[in-house]
Ligand binder design. Structure first.
Ligand SMILES: [Zn+2]
Length: 343
């Protein structure tokens, strides 16, 4: 490989400018202190909170927005868009249904049409009423009545109680826990099987389904062909390793999903977390998965344990990636698990 995967292109050093004038105290209590808007290409911008990113493109006739992220963020974004551009959001294009990217879109629903993959509908629906609690929640049902009330809820279930409680009866059932904290995800109006394209005032956005791989079965990349930008969340990390490698499908189905994105031919890749970079970083991410797959597979062939592999596998081409050291060992363990289980 001739390229140095650690070389960062100039676009990556663009520093988002936060809201100035906040005291340190306000920064801790006001989430808007972490909200930013940053130009990427032409009339396309990246908008961020502390942890999540989205993109939008502006025309005289309105705006096409990707993920709304959450209600606080999209409420802030709507006011910013109104004051900066004075045109409404006409489309919201979802990458996938997960609550931390897809919530809050309702603030745009008086002007916008919502577009998502057809599998998103099933993911937002309630599972059967007799669905058991997922493992992470089962222990919280202290009195064993099949309902987690606020006093019993812990962690994410406590923090997002109202987003889990679909029927608003003050308790989370197994079905509600399995569905997830999705109450603030505004369902799509337009769904598609393979691809959907929308146009507003000369701007185009295209959702392309990447296949049922491992992160979710409703995942799309959002492509803005005029600006040569692609937006992707969670199943591709830009200039950093995957946070974890899910084991619900063979690794090669994930790699195939990345290849769908590579085939779109855009120049700038914007991630739902972290950086935006030259689109070569999508290819580097696939090569990371492939090298890790091959090295872990070789170790398994030699009879090595996960601990052996964690001692020996260092992927130097990626050592400078954000949080490489933090996720190196868990990525190896995750890959070991996915390569040694039955599908
Ligand atoms: Zn996700």
């Amino acid at each position: 490989m001739a390229h140095n995967k650690n070389y960062k292109l100039p676009i990556a050093v663009t520093v988002a400018i936060g809201i100035v004038g906040c005291s340190a105290e306000e920064e801790q209590t006001d989430p808007a202190a972490n909200y930013t808007i940053e130009p990427i290409a032409g009339d396309l911008y990246k908008a961020s909170n502390a942890t999540h990113r989205t993109v939008f493109v502006v025309t005289d006739d309105g705006i096409i927005l990707a993920d709304p992220i959450n209600r606080d963020f999209s409420t802030w974004l709507k006011a910013e868009l109104d004051s900066r551009f004075g045109v409404p959001v006409r489309y919201v294009m979802y990458t996938h249904h997960h609550w931390d990217h897809a919530s809050g879109g309702a603030v745009f629903e008086d002007t916008a049409t919502f577009v998502g993959h057809e599998n998103m509908i099933g993911r937002l629906a309630m599972p059967p009423g007799n669905t058991a609690f997922p493992a992470a929640a089962a222990g919280m049902d202290a009195n064993g009545d099949g309902r987690i009330v606020m006093e019993e809820a812990e962690g994410a279930y406590s923090a997002n109680f109202g987003l889990f409680d679909y029927d608003g009866d003050g308790a989370i059932t197994g079905a509600e826990a399995t569905r997830g904290p999705l109450n603030d995800v505004r369902p799509p109006d337009l769904t598609f099987t393979d691809t959907a394209e929308v146009t507003v005032g000369g701007a185009t956005a295209r959702s392309v389904y990447v296949g049922a791989h491992t992160h979710t079965d409703d995942m799309s990349v959002i492509v803005f062909p005029n600006e040569s930008v692609g937006f992707m969340a969670d199943f591709i990390s830009i200039y950093r390793p995957p946070r974890f490698i899910r084991g619900e499908a063979p690794i090669d189905s994930w790699i195939a999903a990345v290849r769908v994105v590579e085939a779109q031919g855009f120049d700038i890749a914007v991630g739902g977390h972290g950086n935006h970079e030259d689109a070569e970083y999508v290819t580097y991410f696939r090569e990371y998965l492939e090298e890790l797959r091959d090295r872990v597979a070789e170790g398994i062939e030699r009879g090595q344990s996960v601990a052996d592999l964690q001692e020996s596998i260092y992927m130097d081409d990626y050592a400078e990636w954000i949080s490489y050291d933090e996720f190196r060992e868990s990525n190896i363990a995750d890959m070991y698990n996915i390569l040694t289980r039955e599908f």
